[in-house]
Design a protein around this ligand. Structure first.
Ligand SMILES: NC(=O)c1ccc[n+]([C@@H]2O[C@H](COP(=O)([O-])OP(=O)(O)OC[C@H]3O[C@@H](n4cnc5c(N)ncnc54)[C@H](OP(=O)(O)O)[C@@H]3O)[C@@H](O)[C@H]2O)c1
Length: 318
């Protein structure tokens, strides 16, 4: 099968599309023929070798953590999904680095899958799992409820677009940070207050917040704007002991727990039109396409999600 691999850690020029073996499935897995995947910042961090303390991968490594496609084989213990089902998922990370999503086929544990909503394309569905699950689970960890004031950093990014919409669904008042050119965009997603982080420090304009969802490493300022009893979660930085021990405030890191039940919650919201998917750009699964997609992600200014298309959706083919 066609897959984009790296043979050593480094810059985007390490990415190359080659032919490798189709992954074998275990009894609790399905084999998905991928129509699309999407890029997350963890992809270029992994490519640079920054995850070597977490994973002992063997080259060539197939990166990528989002899939949308059709099931073409099911393991003997899989009951809930069948050949032909259109699904999406954030698969588990495999221990040797061969089963990423920059490939025509990926083996996925059935408990990580959800059915793709009919009203969105495979390209749009591929833009959801990792970023959408992170947004949903971090708002849950922050215990956001109706009427609370929540700051969501980086509202125009992959996680931010979902976090703003999900926090509004919960009934929260949402502040977010974005460059000026993205203010109308994040307002259209539901943000009540937008701060241009190039011009203003959040501590100058926000106070008494119930929750702060950090994905830019603005830790001390985020903690400072919380009211007593408030919750802070970061997904992009290590906390010092002093930050973790902040008096009368809960200060934590967060990490996505991939699972199909939470993805089904997102699928329902997409199906009923209350969660919109925003695509920054679409690239083909070619050597130049995957390299350009990584370079776009590394600008830190993607507007929504960057998608890699393996095959065109049927709708586009007809
Ligand atoms: N721990 C986990 O489980 C987990 C899961 C998902 C993501 N993450 C991490 O979370 C971070 C965000 O992920 P993502 O997918 O949302 O990234 P992304 O799509 O690359 O984010 C791009 C956005 O970041 C905004 N931005 C850049 N610098 C900013 C700053 N200083 N203040 C406010 N906004 C800023 C940009 O907004 P403008 O263009 O408007 O400036 C752009 O829209 C990454 O570090 C990622 O690795 C962690």
């Amino acid at each position: 099968m066609k897959a984009a691999v790296i043979n050593q850690y480094g810059d985007s020029s390490q990415l190359e599309v080659v032919d490798i073996a189709v992954p074998a499935i275990k009894v609790d897995e399905v084999l998905v023929e991928n129509m699309a995947t999407s890029i997350n910042p963890i992809d270029y961090k992994a490519r640079q070798g920054l995850l070597q303390h977490m994973f002992q991968w063997q080259f060539p490594v197939v990166l990528g953590w989002d899939i949308a496609g059709k099931i073409i084989a099911v393991g003997d213990d899989v009951d809930d999904f069948h050949v032909g089902d259109a699904v999406f998922a954030r698969p588990d990370t495999d221990s040797v680095g061969k089963n990423g999503s920059y490939a025509e086929y990926t083996a996925v544990k059935a408990d990580k899958l959800a059915r793709k909503p009919d009203n969105v394309s495979f390209e749009a569905a591929a833009a959801v799992p990792l970023a959408g699950l992170t947004a949903l689970q971090m708002l849950r960890q922050l215990q956001v409820t109706a009427g609370q004031k929540v700051l969501i950093q980086a509202g125009a990014g992959g996680v931010g677009i979902y976090a703003i919409q999900l926090a509004k669904k919960l009934g929260a008042y949402v502040a977010t940070t974005a460059s000026l050119s993205n203010h109308d965009f994040v307002t259209s997603l539901g943000a009540d207050r937008v701060i241009d982080y190039h011009q203003e420090n959040i501590t100058e304009v926000l106070s008494d917040y119930d929750a702060v969802f950090d994905m830019v490493g603005d830790i001390d300022n985020g903690i400072a704007i919380l009211k007593l009893g408030g919750h802070f979660v970061t997904i992009s930085a290590m906390l010092t002991e002093a930050q973790k021990q902040t008096a009368n405030k809960t200060v934590e890191t967060g990490w996505l727990d991939t699972n199909g039940q939470d993805l089904a919650i997102l699928a329902n919201a997409i199906a009923d039109g209350t969660l919109n998917i925003v695509i920054d750009s679409v690239y083909p699964l070619t050597t130049s396409g995957i390299r350009s997609a990584h370079e776009r992600s590394e600008t830190h200014h993607a507007h929504g999600k960057i998608v890699i298309q393996m095959k065109k959706s049927e709708k586009e083919e007809t």
